[in-house]
Design a protein around this ligand. Structure first.
Ligand code: ATP
Length: 349
């Protein structure tokens, strides 16, 4: 088991009289890629900002390698953030933007003489050989070597995002925080960039905390993800775990179950859906062995057939009410005993 790099203990945060974090407990392990996932306003960014040091918690603790850091200013933390709006300096080229990040760190951390030397180097534009090497290393890592002398306005959105990533990486933080980093990019580029971020995170061997409201993105990139709702963590686990065993109705809806229906578990372990359908052989967790529940049925697990299969368990007559071509699958809406179901059928070549 890896070491715990960050521990959040019972974190709360109030803005005026609104409690936006209500007891967050979370361990982040070294080198893992952990995502905070949840709807807008659930407190993801606030949690990230507390770790970065931009906000102080109202109560609770933030431990970094076992040491409480809630009162430590951002620049004294071994943390760096990649924002959605890259925050690159428009008048500095890529290389200078990255070097600035290094200089700023040195300046804050050095004594009087060191500060003067750093200032002189930044005015004269001269970097130490060590810093030059560090800048070139990260440029190489994000594949922007040939763009080192370009201004941000001369870069595409994806390239700007990579420059921002390089600038965050160059100070060698222990943890990189990503606040909706791909929000400004179009759908196709988002897919590409999320793979690149994941690749670079692994290559650099760095811990990452990633904030997104996009469940598909979260499932694709994370080692573990923490699902948040109204200032609390609802469920935490590996993507497969959240996908196959959502902890409650909210988790099932958010992870994209598609068909969530009020239901009752019967004495004989069958499940009656609202509307009258009775399902057999249902995987009912022991804690829900009786009474009212929600049944979550994945659209891709349902099948459609024109054959009548009288009497087979979990086979019912239904009417297709709509059909939508989605590329690699077809999305049907069917009506079955007054219930509407979504059914996704893979589009075989
Ligand atoms: P999004 O995905 O929309 O960015 P989020 O999950 O990151 O949402 P937060 O930004 O953490 O949510 O905000 C949580 C709640 O706290 C929201 O209701 C927001 O309006 C409120 N909030 C955040 N910052 C402040 C602030 N500085 N002052 C007052 N309220 C704030």
């Amino acid at each position: 088991m890896m070491n715990k790099l960050i521990e959040l203990k019972n974190l709360t945060k109030n803005f005026d009289d609104q409690q936006v974090l209500r007891g967050i407990n979370l361990d982040i392990y070294e080198k893992e890629f952990l995502t905070l996932l949840g709807p807008s306003g659930c407190g993801k960014t606030t949690t990230l900002r507390i770790i970065a040091g931009f906000e102080e918690p109202s109560d609770g603790e933030v431990l970094f390698n076992g040491i409480e850091i809630s009162k430590l200013p951002p620049y004294k933390r071994e943390v760096n953030t990649v924002f959605q709006k890259y925050a690159l300096f428009p008048h500095l080229n890529v290389q200078e933007n990255i070097a600035y990040s290094l200089m700023a760190k040195r300046y804050r951390q050095s004594g009087l003489i060191g500060k003067a030397a750093t200032l002189w180097r930044s005015i004269s534009g001269s970097l130490t050989a060590e810093d030059k090497k560090a800048v070139h290393e990260v440029l190489d890592m994000v594949e922007l070597k040939n763009y080192a002398l370009r201004l941000p306005s001369q870069l595409s959105g994806g390239q700007q995002q990579r420059a921002a990533l390089a600038r965050a990486l160059v100070t060698k933080p222990k943890i990189l925080l990503f606040d909706e980093p791909l929000g400004a990019l179009d759908a196709k580029l988002r897919l590409k960039m999320r793979e690149e971020i994941r690749h670079i995170q692994r290559q650099a061997g760095i811990t990452a905390l990633y904030v997104t409201h996009d469940q598909e993105e979260a499932l694709a990139v994370s080692d573990r993800l923490a699902l948040m709702d109204k200032g609390q963590i609802v469920q935490i686990g590996q993507p497969e775990e959240l996908y196959s065993k959502p902890a409650n109705k909210f988790a099932a809806e958010f992870i994209g179950f598609g068909n969530i229906l009020a239901a009752t578990v019967n004495e004989d372990k069958t499940v009656s859906l609202e509307g009258g359908l009775i399902l057999q052989n249902v995987n009912v967790p022991p804690t829900l062995a009786k009474g009212k529940i929600y049944a979550a049925i994945r659209p891709e697990k349902l099948k459609l057939s024109t054959n009548t299969i009288n009497g087979s368990p979990n086979c019912f007559t239904a009417k297709v009410t709509s059909r939508m071509f989605m590329g690699n699958f077809i999305k049907y809406t069917v009506l079955c005993q007054s219930q509407i179901f979504t059914v996704n059928i893979a589009n075989a070549p």
